[in-house]
Design a protein around this ligand. Structure first.
Ligand code: ADP
Ligand code: MG
Length: 331
């Protein structure tokens, strides 16, 4: 038993009532044998597949504002973990939620658990357990998925000369954050679109699974394109060359080029996939883009060097100051 949320003789009441009321859902999957309610959940792993396990911590002030909409927060807490499954080429199956709360606020918890629960249902993931305690608002989400043996998409699998691709459009979530911080002002429809991209990221699960036999390396863009592509380069011992013109970005003529470049190249939270694939996969990827109705853009290639080089419209190398989010960096 962990520290409970209230003191006194009924000290466990609120914790158990909250678990029963907000965190107990019927299970959906036939491979979930036992969900919330016992000391552990029972899940039937597929013997032909690898388990893929990933955890994310979200801490108030660090990852979200204290007044964040609880429904959207619940949805996003799960969506960002699903994005890690997408990046591994995995099919998500089970999730647990550890939550620390300063106090029990039924209205907040109800909205939060609806956001989390609906997202789980949408992607056929069973919410099989967790832990609930008092503390500064913190969310720890652990997700478990499966991928056929040998088919996981790893950061260390890029090959020299691969094309580099990204899904969707980059930079909108970062611009949405700039709007919330009152650093920029956008007009509609960009205003609504960028905030929506920040609050409700879409995990690219169908893409990740479709890339299993096509892509070499893959990562989801949570900290910014340059920072995340650098992880692929480091793990795969290669460099990269990117063409600014080829990178999919919002068309907002009234914002400064350097603000746009920072958002597109170093702004996090897009949760698009960045992956490398051989030349021979181009045709398949164009078809896949149509099948999934999701833009896939070829933005550059890997090479035998070490660094990431950016080329502007006139093919001249350029740099930006920011390269991506690092929680421990001192500014
Ligand atoms: P224990 O004391 O054995 O650790 P708890 O009292 O913490 O069990 O939890 C009781 C049950 O409620 C467990 O099955 C646990 O997985 C589940 N649970 C607790 N908190 C959450 C949560 N935030 N989300 C989902 N399930 C939860
Ligand atoms: Mg417990």
């Amino acid at each position: 038993m962990t520290a409970s949320l209230v003191k006194g003789t009924d000290k466990n009441m609120q914790e158990f009532t909250a678990i029963a009321q907000f965190f107990t859902h019927p299970t959906l999957r036939s491979d979930t044998l036992l969900g919330v309610g016992d000391d552990g959940a029972l899940c039937q792993a597929d013997s032909q597949q690898m388990l893929v396990i990933s955890t994310d911590l979200l801490v108030v002030h660090q990852h979200f504002f204290p007044d964040a909409d609880p429904y959207l927060l619940g949805q996003k807490a799960l969506a960002v973990n699903l994005s890690d499954m997408a990046a591994m080429g995995a099919s998500p199956a089970w999730v647990t939620l550890g939550i620390a709360l300063p106090h029990i606020d039924s209205e907040w918890l109800s909205a939060f658990s609806q956001g989390f629960g609906r997202c789980a249902k949408k992607y056929q993931v069973d919410w099989v357990g967790g832990d609930t305690t008092r503390g500064e608002l913190t969310l720890a989400v652990q997700i478990i998925g499966q991928v056929p043996q040998g088919e996981a998409l790893r950061r260390d699998a890029a090959q020299i000369g691969d094309d580099i691709w990204v899904s969707g459009c980059l930079g909108e979530a970062a611009l949405g954050l700039q709007v919330l911080l009152n650093k920029i002002a956008l007009d509609d429809p960009e205003h609504t679109r960028c905030l929506q991209r920040l609050h409700t990221p879409t995990p690219r699960l169908a893409l990740g699974m479709a890339l299993r036999n096509i892509a070499h390396a893959c990562i989801d863009i949570s900290d910014g394109l340059l920072a995340d592509l650098q992880h692929i380069c480091d793990a795969s011992s290669c460099g990269a060359r990117l063409e600014w013109d080829a990178i999919p970005k919002p068309n907002i003529p009234y914002i400064a080029l350097n603000a746009l470049q920072t958002a597109v190249l170093a702004g996090g939270e897009d949760y698009e996939l960045c992956f490398t694939a051989p030349y021979a996969a181009r045709e398949k990827l164009i078809q896949l883009s149509q099948t999934l109705d999701l833009p896939l853009s070829r933005i550059g290639h890997t090479h035998a060097g070490q660094n990431i080089t950016l080329l502007d419209t006139k093919q001249r190398p350029f740099n930006i100051k920011e390269t991506g989010y690092d929680h421990f960096r001192t500014r």
